[in-house]
Design a protein around this ligand. Structure first.
Ligand code: ISL
Ligand code: CA
Length: 529
């Protein structure tokens, strides 16, 4: 079958705030992104996804939107956005935008009108006299009293992020207007924030029998599917666009229901199962990393869906070499082999291609993320010792991913001459683009070679996945197409391991080794045929 453009290309996620600062005010911006398009092209990227650059009070760094159709002035102007899309397209790079439609900011005009009961906005949000006892994603109560309206509103994330009410048809129309606005401007699709929780049921509740989290009332609730089908038939199907939905608490069946082509909802989703193998129930309850559990989750999703996404990092997750390995450049390369050899649309997060690691902060004062602060405060109220609280934050804070991109060994990693909005990782002196650019052994050089290989390998782009082994920290799988096969073997154990595989001819290796005898060093990976 003919493949779609989004099946043939690799995506690069940009967190605009932290990527490149063109005017040295300490905040990344759109002009900064434009100046790095050649760098991305050379890397082998075919699609970029921008985290939200829209007008926002920044309580959740742009995931709290006050105006969907304008650019936050610190990032630039609508004109800059037009230029960015045009310049990307000129290089044959597609552009995905973040569509955050579960909630707006409290500062959005829709909310300001709704709290004053000004029509047609009166029912744009979930209002209740007697709220349910739900807890939100950031560890707070999910309802907040609004003095102006004299009622409670639902916010599954921060207080500044009231949830939109999709039971109100005018919300659907308004959101479709936003989608059309950006697609007409040339955007090639959307990454859809927490898309499987849009539809809520049984909100007002006096009875105490509902579960504390309330999640069973909104995870892929039945009303979600007609809603997504409507977005698809009214808007998405009219453009050659791609959608990837962020789906929380989803199992493969839910993912199939959202992505099966004949249902006309989304193209792909982000699953979380492999990212949840180092915790119990919630990410803050730390569990030692187990390569076996991790690979098992990846293989399960590879086998359950015909086509989906693959990712190891994003702006909400710790850095993968720190999290799944020992943080070393060789482990960053081994993880690159895993990411880019699995079947599906692969996503690289900014800085992953140079092996950036978790932050090296020493205290909460350096942390900016609202989720981290809320959870730290909650843990303080629960009397957890400081040592434990800090360990949770250091290991899992979203700021691990959000430190400024490390371009050179100049001040602040060459990100900005001004002090950046979030402190740089001090390892920028050794881990940076400039140092890696001309070093053939660098993580960056390896990513470039691997992307070049993947971009022309029909087997890696289209081939079937099949697991070969998962034991003692070593994972091996086969990709096959029309009788041809590649075998990929990755050692995430940190120790030398011996395996027995039929294939021994080395196509590529993370260490540069050109022969394979069945033995892998710690954090070594091979592509064999
Ligand atoms: O980050 C998480 C784990 O800490 C998730 O619970 C995360 O909150 C969830 O995946 C939803 O994330 C998305 O929506 C949030 C926003 O804060 C995240 O940055 C975004 O990726 C609310 O818009
Ligand atoms: Ca700037």
């Amino acid at each position: 079958m003919e493949s779609k453009w989004w099946q043939d290309r690799v995506v690069y996620q940009i967190y605009p705030r932290s990527f490149a600062d063109s005017n040295d005010d300490g905040v990344g911006d759109l002009k900064g992104i434009i100046s790095k398009l050649d760098y991305l092209k050379k890397l082998g990227i075919g699609i970029i996804w921008l985290s939200p650059p829209y007008v926002s009070p920044n309580e959740d760094n742009g995931y709290d939107i006050a105006d969907y159709c304008n650019i936050q002035s610190e990032y630039g102007t609508l004109d800059d956005m037009d230029k960015l899309i045009e310049q990307a397209h000129r290089r044959d790079i597609k552009v995905l935008l973040d569509l955050v439609i579960n909630h707006t900011s409290r500062a959005h005009q829709w909310f300001q009108n709704s709290r004053r009961r000004i029509d047609p906005y009166t029912n744009f949000y979930y209002w209740a006299d007697k709220p349910s006892n739900w807890t939100g994603f950031f560890g707070e109560k999910a309802w907040e009293y609004d003095e102006v309206r004299g009622q409670y509103y639902l916010h599954l994330f921060a207080k500044g992020q009231p949830d939109l009410n999709y039971h109100e048809p005018k919300v659907i129309d308004a959101v479709e207007g936003v989608m059309r606005f950006w697609l007409d401007k040339g955007a090639d699709g959307f990454r859809c924030d927490v898309i499987n929780i849009l539809w809520k049921t049984d909100l007002e509740d006096g009875k105490k029998k509902i579960a504390l989290t309330g999640s069973e009332k909104y995870i892929s609730a039945p009303g979600l599917h007609p809603l997504l089908q409507r977005f698809n038939s009214e808007v998405l199907s009219k453009y050659d666009c791609y959608t990837v939905g962020e789906t929380v608490f989803a199992d493969p069946q839910m993912a199939r229901d959202l992505t099966s082509p004949e249902r006309h909802e989304l193209n792909t989703v982000f699953s979380f199962e492999h990212m949840e193998t180092d915790c119990f129930f919630v990410k803050w309850l730390l569990r030692p990393f187990s390569p076996r559990r991790f690979f098992r989750a990846l293989a399960k999703w590879q086998e359950s869906l015909d086509w989906n996404t693959v990712y190891l990092e994003n702006h909400d997750q710790p850095r993968s070499p720190s999290r799944f390995a020992d943080g070393s450049p060789s482990s960053a390369k081994a993880l690159a082999v895993l990411l880019l050899c699995l079947r599906g649309t692969a996503f690289i997060f900014e800085g992953q291609e140079i092996g950036m690691t978790n932050f090296d902060y020493k205290s909460m004062e350096d942390i900016k993320d609202i989720e981290s602060h809320n959870i730290y405060d909650l843990a303080t109220r629960l009397h957890l010792p400081r040592r434990i609280r800090w360990k949770m934050i250091r290991t899992k804070s979203r700021d691990n991913a959000r430190t400024p991109m490390q371009w050179s060994d100049e001040a602040n990693g060459g990100f900005s001459k001004a002090s950046p909005w979030l402190k740089s990782n001090s390892n920028y002196k050794s881990i940076n683009v400039k140092a890696q650019e001309n070093d053939p052994d660098s993580v960056l050089a390896f990513y470039r070679r691997l992307l070049e290989f993947r971009n022309q390998s029909e087997i890696l782009k289209k081939g079937a996945f099949s697991q070969i082994l998962n034991q003692k920290g070593v994972f091996a799988f086969e990709r096959s197409l029309d009788g041809k096969r590649l075998v990929i073997v990755i050692n995430l154990s940190g120790k030398r391991r011996q395996v027995s595989l039929k294939e021994t001819e080395v196509v590529m290796s993370s260490s540069g080794a050109s022969s394979f005898s069945g033995s892998l060093e710690g954090y070594e990976a091979f592509i064999l045929k």
